[in-house]
Design a protein around this ligand. Sequence first.
Ligand code: ARG
Length: 586
Amino acid sequence: MKTLLEELSTILTMAFEEAGVSSRPIEVSYSRRPDLCDFQCNSALKHASSVSKKPLVLAEEVAKILKKKSAFLEVSAEKPGFINLKLAANWVSKRLKQMNQMDRLGCKASDNPQNLLVDFGGANVAKSLHVGHLRSAVIGESLIRLLYFTGHNVIGDIHLGDWGLQMGYVIEMVRLKDASLPYFEETTLDGYPEEPPFDIVELTELYTQANIKSKSDEAFKAKAAQATVELQKGRKGYLALWHHIMTVSKADLKKNYDQLQVHFDLWLGESDSQKHIPYVLKHLDEMKLLVESEGAKVVHVAKASDKKPMPPCIMQKSNGAALYATTDLATIYQRTLDKNLDGIIYVVDKRQELHFEQVFRVAHISQMVSPALNLKFIGFGTMNGLDGKPFKTRDGGVMALSDLIEMITKRALIKLEQYSQLESHEEKTQAALKIGVGALKFADLSNQTDRDYVFDMEQFTSFEGKTGPYIQYAIVRMTSILNKLSEQKTEASENFSGKTAIEKALMIKLAAFSDWVHMAAETYQPSKICDYAFDVAQTFNTLYHEVHVLYNSKKRQSELMSLLNLTREILEECLWLLGIETLEKM
Ligand code: ARG
């Protein structure tokens, strides 16, 4: 099924053709003056000269043709050559009926379905998730859902930071605590304990202490770097410790991500790509791209057209060690080996943009990947505190993500204690988690990904305004009315009536669902779904106050019932696309 805008532009294209215009495109857009019309078309201004007419004359001719079409209630040509369109409720009703019968509410699959991998989450082992990890997780999960919904094959990969210096830190810290542990001896047997020597709290503590120590203790830092190198070379005792770090960390990360309703298909990490590094370096060398520079090996990636400085990409340090870029390049190679991918999408802090631009260029210049492979960087901005600086705890530390979730969930619970129709504390607690997490995710996603935003718990959890709870509450309201109608044995009619202006306005918005989904997926902007869902929920709330569904005749009730059913379904779908849960009651 075509999207609404596509359908309208097809009708208009035919009308322009009838008026003798063969130049393209003929475009229809949402009206900027909804008080005057629903849609508008400015194409007569563009194409009038091709038929040697004045724009207004052409617009009038096209309008005359359009008036005969069933899609429109009113068509008018306005100076200097606009065409204003009002849709006929009947025509919209037919479209909604069709949507109702189709999979994904008639949202067509992309004409060009792709195999995509989304690299998101960006977690590092040995450290718990903190607020800085929120955006990648939330945006990545929503993009995966949007791309999947629009017909692509999508895989999510967390790309764990599991091979860097933080491993050496933990190893050396464990040694400081108890050097007699077996990990520091090389045994030929698998003589290492099965049980990890720490739990997640202790592990986090070890890492934090190591970090502090490394700032003042150069010798410690050097030892940690050395331990990292030995681990990477495969020293057995260190590998055994590393496996413990992985097990304990992954379990903790999974718990955190589950709470956020964020899922990964692959839990691969930097360590998994190391085996490809020798090949990648050899390939770059064979392609004569590796250049010595101050002892290091680099690839020049600057182009004449660059507007910003583009430093060379360092592939190997003078001591032979690989770097972040080498690992990312090896990971790209690994991904294209394993899977037939059309694209890899990275959802990472926008401050890493240069790194990715360099790596993407190396991948393409070296012909390590097909020129058709789309490497796409989606950089996100920072979540700031009310002071405009990156969000911190009260005492200035980095807040754990689980603490942030707990804080906002508590706030939601306080609100529920005041207003909720839920009875038991248990029910309220469960609802509070869905509302709290929903509030956080909606607030995050409603900002364009590359912008910074301010964490404002009061505003995020408000039931008024453009918030997650506002949308969740609109759905609860609909459910409650629909349940009452069902209890009274009312059945939804097949048609949508559009009798009042507000009903018709809502119908047109529902009919545009697939336009918004495609727009969001194509621009990688979940914020478009937030805009749309808020608009639909607001329009529903106006209808709720203007038309008292339950005090109407049976016939009106069943007409309104079909509208409410579809509105609810669409809002639920929107929340699903954002990775937010819905509630029966709140
Ligand atoms: N772990 C990295 C960090 O903490 C982010 C990983 C992003 N993905 C990637 N393929 N480099 O900065």
